[in-house]
Design a protein around this ligand. Structure first.
Ligand code: ZN
Length: 199
């Protein structure tokens, strides 16, 4: 007589077999959810909301992924990394003794090296930081200045381009014309251990 009032008609879940109102305590509430949404929405109003939210999320995800895959056609990794260098403030740290501490940042270093009295080499470093393929750049430099140019490993194992002869006076213009992603402000000459802006 003092029993809890029971609903006259108990709705049993077709998934777990419990009365629908106990599904959330059942073994696999997740599996019950779709059935409950359809057959007992009054018992679980939150589920309806949850399902709607999930659909909204899914739609948003789809939108996002179409936007991403639509960019660039999705063929191969895009190696464009320019654009930001121009706005970065210049920071050159000098160690005691005037040596420049080089940070790994987006810049081109051009250095004229006289290997012996007659032989001069213009070294171009850093083009790869702007997404330029060094083998390609080396060919273009050799053709443009009608000289030998090759990709070699520098003293720090980093690849650089060695161009035979002194091309330092024309090379900046050639670089900025050939690779518009490289701003002139990112190009420096190395002279006697000092870094001198080309711009
Ligand atoms: Zn159930």
């Amino acid at each position: 007589m003092a029993e809890k009032p029971q609903p006259a008609h108990v709705l049993y879940c077709q998934v777990c077999g419990l009365p629908a109102e106990y599904c959330e305590f059942g073994p696999d509430f997740e599996k019950c959810k779709p059935w409950l949404v359809r057959n007992a929405p009054d018992l679980y109003p939150d589920l309806i909301k949850e399902a709607n939210d999930r659909d909204a999320d899914k739609a948003a995800d789809q939108l996002q992924s179409t936007a991403i895959s639509g960019d660039g056609g999705g063929v191969g990794p895009s190696s464009r990394s320019g654009n930001t260098a121009a706005s970065k403030p210049e920071e050159v740290k000098r160690l005691p003794g005037g040596k420049i501490k080089k940070k790994e940042k987006q810049e081109i270093i051009i250095e004229k090296i006289v290997r012996n009295k007659r032989k001069c080499v213009t070294v171009v470093k850093g083009l790869e930081l702007f997404g330029v393929k060094l083998s390609d750049a080396s060919k273009k430099l050799g053709r443009k200045f009608a000289t030998g140019a090759s990709v070699v490993k520098g003293p720090t194992e980093k690849e650089q381009i060695d161009v035979q002869g002194d091309i330092s006076y024309d090379v900046v213009e050639f670089i900025t014309n050939t690779w518009p992603d490289v701003p002139e402000s990112a190009i420096f000459f190395m002279e006697d251990g000092r870094k001198i802006p080309a711009a």
